[in-house]
Design a protein around this ligand. Sequence first.
Ligand SMILES: Cc1cc2nc3c(=O)[nH]c(=O)nc-3n(C[C@H](O)[C@H](O)[C@H](O)COP(=O)(O)OP(=O)(O)OC[C@H]3O[C@@H](n4cnc5c(N)ncnc54)[C@H](O)[C@@H]3O)c2cc1C
Length: 405
Amino acid sequence: MAIAGGGFAGRTLALAFAKLAPDGFRIALIDAEPAKTEDSGAEDPRALALSAATKNLLSALDLWQELAPSAQAIEAIEITDSPLNAGLRPHFLGFDAELKGDGANAHMVEHGALARVLGGAVARTPAIEMFAPETVVDYAAAAFKVVARLGSGEAIEARLLVAADGKRSRLRERAGIKCVGWSYPQIGIVTTVAHARPHHGKAVQHFLPSGPFAILPLKGNRSSIVWTEDKARGEAIMAADEAGFLAELTKRFGLRLGEIALAGPRQSFPLDMQIARSFVADRLALIGDAAHVVHPLAGQGLNIGMRDVAALAETVVEATRLGLDIGAGAQLERYERWRRFDSAFSAAVMDGLNRLFSNDRAPLRTLRDLGLGLVDRAPALKRFLVSEAAGATGTLPRLLKGERP
Ligand SMILES: Cc1cc2nc3c(=O)[nH]c(=O)nc-3n(C[C@H](O)[C@H](O)[C@H](O)COP(=O)(O)OP(=O)(O)OC[C@H]3O[C@@H](n4cnc5c(N)ncnc54)[C@H](O)[C@@H]3O)c2cc1C
């Protein structure tokens, strides 16, 4: 098996195969960036909200235990909807009791912490051979094998090639798979803030006219900010000096947690929605951002990628145990049936929420606030929404339930 792309999705998949497949199963993991070391990823200010299902997957692979000390559980969620200059941002919808006690919590994990845990595990796993920095530039599928051609001129033969090479996937392009989607007229600004008062594990999403502004709890008195902003205004905010940036941030953050200060670098990301028309081709399977990119407003991008990881690992491992060809059409079709509709549905939900909330039209605001208020008073519906976000609905691969297939 060869995996092109050693981001979070590619590395987790390599570790899943190494853990679950019978002895002798070899994995080539090829990544364009230098091999991850102790501090790789530390410079990326992103933090990730990992769903309960992703946590289960990492637990089943014996990785969660190492990550847990740096993970902050989300104990409560508050959602508000108000104009930018509103003095108060009234609560419209909250989740609190629904998140307590049943393992449904998401956890916030800093990019560097996850990179360290996955990178360390890959380095300790003899079944994984890492090629980095190295790129897969092309591939050719034949009757019983696929050959990945590397930038160095080397060729790797495998039964199955996995494209985990991110949203601009070269392998997807080489396979002639088109995408449906668009770029948002927004950018995502990410930074970390320190605040005077504790957050008590509460995540806050302020829906503002130019996009959602999320305050996500990290360990200590710190929070990660994911701030969707209209492109022109966002670029001006990114170009401001530190005092100007902090003033804009404070306007949105509010005073709930006392005085705030920047506690990390700021970075902006272009935002897209993109779904590959097919998740498979001859001896090729797409996972992670190579297969789908969603708006980050609910922190689901990698979680959806981890569902691909779990579904592909289960499909391949079962095929291996039965002595079947892991790259054969039947296995790939099973994987695609499992993942494509679910991913497209999640992308459509994120897109719909962004369109519904990222505007300042008064009638729409009244309607959506009425909707939020009704959801807030419906405990059964709230429990359902929490289990959707936890990734606990639908036909789940065993790894997402914390079991090994
Ligand atoms: C602002 C923002 C906030 C987000 N917050 C969250 C969140 O809270 N929770 C969440 O679940 N998701 C979140 N996401 C989404 C998440 O970051 C991505 O979905 C995830 O990182 C994608 O991982 P990946 O491994 O699929 O792709 P990538 O991280 O893009 O990795 C691709 C890898 O492939 C390598 N590569 C590329 N081309 C080649 C090639 N030809 N050969 C070999 N290697 C190659 C690259 O070097 C890279 O290492 C957020 C996204 C944004 C923009």
